[in-house]
Design a protein around this ligand. Structure first.
Ligand SMILES: [Mg+2]
Length: 334
């Protein structure tokens, strides 16, 4: 018989306590079921804490499948921990639901569980309320004391790197907003990266000892690099053409239906550099670390590409294009 209604305590016990028991990440001393959870931060570690709220209709289309909502709500938080060089340990979940729905909760939990099995992390508590659909996750990770990757550590002369490629999630979003079917594998990949980004936690944790600063690409590569440079009081010379971009944006036949403001190859590249939601890592490191970084990236199973140098002069300049100054805000008009 289908379940039609459930009180808050039964809902938490049925869906979230069982999920927390099924998938274990870091040990917690006391989990779901009391007034608060208890955890112990090991000696020599710092706790990195981040939170993100996703609101239906604002951060994801109202008709997004619950699996993807659960997956992505956790992914964006784990990505922030990756950017700090912290290993995910625990998370809490606050869920506001318009009404009780067993299929919705099953799908939502399956999305969470899929990522929790990929990147071990323990669900230790939270809250459920009734209201317009919104999900807040707070994730906590562990990092060696004093070794967290911050935005303010970039020094003139440092190399600038990005993991993977950028622009896929931007393409995925265009597919949704332009009502284009993801009927080719390249488009399908883009769509998947929008809905189910895989945070770069193995790479982030490994970079703790070698990178000088780091950020995850949520606002767009140029904007996020700008956040590092602002925090560090530095600028950058970059080679825009060196940045790996979504394969979909390299194929004019696939670019045309996306209806970008500028559908030229250069326009498509600028789109990739300004599109958000890719959850790659952008980081800086002393040039001495190049070999080590490539080895760490290989171990983490992700490519990294060097595309620029930190400079003392503020601003981001495209050296391969006559040194023109790039403004992240200018790229948001597409
Ligand atoms: Mg971030």
């Amino acid at each position: 018989m289908p379940v039609l209604y459930m009180n808050e305590f039964a809902l938490i016990a049925t869906y979230f306590k069982t999920l927390s028991e099924r998938v274990l990440g870091a040990r917690c001393d006391l989990g779901i079921g009391d007034d608060a959870a208890l955890v112990t931060v090991p000696l020599g570690k710092q706790l990195a804490i981040t939170a993100d709220t996703l609101v239906s209709g604002v951060h994801f289309p109202a008709d997004t499948v619950p699996f993807d909502i659960g997956y992505k709500a956790l992914a964006v938080n784990l990505s922030d921990l990756a950017a700090m060089g912290a290993r995910p340990a625990w998370f809490t979940l606050c869920l506001t639901l318009p009404q009780f729905s067993d299929p919705w909760l099953q799908g939502f939990c399956a999305g969470l569980e899929t990522l929790m099995r990929e990147i071990p992390v323990t669900l230790i508590g939270g809250d459920t309320t009734r209201g317009p659909l919104a999900i807040t996750i707070q994730a906590m990770g562990l990092v060696d004391s004093g070794c967290a990757l911050r935005r303010d550590g970039a020094k003139p002369g440092d190399d600038i790197f990005v993991s993977g490629c950028v622009g896929d999630a931007g393409v995925g979003l265009r597919l949704v907003t332009q009502n284009i079917a993801a009927d080719k594998s390249i488009l399908n990949t883009a769509q998947l990266r929008l809905n189910r980004p895989l945070p770069r936690n193995a790479l982030g944790a490994a970079l703790g000892a070698v990178a000088s600063s780091c950020i995850d690409v949520s606002d767009g590569l140029l904007a996020d690099l700008g956040h590092i440079l602002n925090a560090s009081g530095t600028g950058a010379d970059i080679d825009v053409s060196a940045v790996p971009i979504s394969p979909a944006l390299l194929d004019p036949a696939l670019v045309a239906p996306l209806n970008l403001v500028d559908g030229s190859p250069q326009g498509a590249r600028r789109f990739a550099l300004s599109a958000g939601d890719d959850y790659e890592l952008c980081f800086t490191a002393h040039p001495d670390k190049r070999v080590q970084i490539m080895a760490l990236a290989q171990q983490a199973g992700v490519s990294v590409t060097r595309f620029g140098t930190v400079t003392a002069q503020p601003g981001i300049f495209d050296l391969a294009n006559g040194g023109v100054m790039l403004t992240p805000a200018g790229y948001s008009h597409f």
